[in-house]
Design a protein. Structure first.
Length: 171
């Protein structure tokens, strides 16, 4: 009884013998080098047509839907608007948001985040945290697209950083 794969593939189709030229891939290597040389010569001879930005003076124009770095929206008293409902950390596909809830001293506010940390290196900047937040506490509208730091620990941002995250610069 023949199976479905035996009907599709002839017997021993995987054991095809290659010629010497095919087995050393010489033709493909030479063809690849030819393409590389063609691009190299075109870029050297036509430098005016290169899509280059002079970075410190010119900045790239981003799409309006491109999201920037995270920030927490503060209340009038300076505390975060977040009520620690865990919606943003639940919906995050990268699992980069860590929240620890605590009781708020104000009886009109049920909870607040005692700890609100984001690992920016793990974040995929999808904006799902912003969409899931029921009280509009987290936003990604800072306009800061470049992030730089000299150690991994600086990419773990906490609640205090997220509340004052309105200036560009290094982390």
């Amino acid at each position: 009884m023949e199976t479905k794969t035996q009907k599709i593939l002839p017997e021993r189709a995987w054991s095809k013998r290659f010629s010497f030229r095919e087995s050393i891939y010489l033709w493909e290597i030479l063809r690849g080098l030819g393409i590389t040389m063609r691009h190299l010569l075109r870029n050297i001879l036509r430098t005016r047509e290169m899509p280059t930005l002079q970075y410190p003076e010119e900045h790239r124009q981003y799409s309006a839907r491109f999201r920037g770095r995270h920030r927490l929206v503060p209340r009038e008293d300076g505390s975060p608007r977040c009520v620690a409902c865990m919606m943003c950390s639940t919906v995050c596909p990268a699992d980069c948001i860590h929240i620890v809830a605590a009781e708020h001293p104000d009886p009109s506010i049920e909870k607040y985040p005692a700890v609100f940390d984001i690992d920016l290196l793990r974040c995929v900047y999808c904006g799902l945290c912003e969409e899931a937040c029921p009280c509009d506490a987290i936003r990604m509208d800072t306009g800061i697209y470049e992030i730089a730091a000299d150690s991994r620990e600086k990419f773990y941002v906490n609640k205090e950083f997220l509340l004052t995250n309105d200036a560009d610069g290094t982390l």
